[in-house]
Design a protein around this ligand. Structure first.
Ligand code: S3P
Length: 172
């Protein structure tokens, strides 16, 4: 059984959907951001503040390497994991990749009360999100499936992923 890999911008619901998928399908759950924090012994905000984004991207690629041999897991990833081509290539070897999407306005509404996303600390956050989405569009398009999440509850997004996943493995 392949992994279910969730990619997509910050605030598209990867963690909540991933945890629910894990419960519904009885597949263990992993999150690349958590793997990075555990091995670095620091939170993402501190890693960005002390070493910058490119160092964080190195740790992110190391986390992908670490989990590359797994199967039958639900794996949520950080929103920028797609930026290094090799990461998605490795994740696709043992998994089906689902990209969760939402508009910049909806993303901001979901994340504005949270403090752990250094890249969204900007004077005009919706504009920053819009620009980042545009810059990343081509990378997110490399996912196997795209699931639109605007206005949808976690349960509905989860059910949709399950349906697509089950159809995909049944037709293999
Ligand atoms: C990032 C997304 C974050 C985290 C880091 C960078 C990004 O993860 O990996 O702050 O570049 O989009 P979430 O998508 O889980 O918030």
């Amino acid at each position: 059984m392949p992994n279910i890999i969730l990619v997509g911008f910050m605030g598209t619901g990867k963690t909540s959907v991933g945890r629910r998928l894990s419960r519904c399908l009885e597949m263990p759950y992993l999150d690349t951001d958590e793997i990075i924090e555990q091995s670095a012994g620091r939170c993402i905000t501190d890693i960005f503040a002390q070493h910058g984004e490119s160092y964080f991207r190195e740790l992110e690629s190391e986390a992908v390497q670490k989990i590359s041999g797994l199967d039958k897991h639900v794996i949520s990833t950080g929103g920028g994991i797609v930026l290094r081509a090799g990461n998605l290539e490795i994740l696709k070897r043992n998994g089906l990749v689902f990209c969760l999407t939402a508009t910049s306005e909806e993303i901001w509404a979901r994340v504005k009360n949270e403090t752990h996303r250094p890249l969204l600390k900007a004077p005009e956050p919706v504009e920053k999100i819009r620009k980042m989405l545009e810059a990343r569009e081509a990378y997110y398009a490399l996912a196997d499936y795209t699931i639109q999440t605007d206005g949808l509850p976690i349960e509905q997004v989860t059910d949709e992923v399950i349906e697509v996943f089950q159809n995909a493995i049944n037709s293999r």
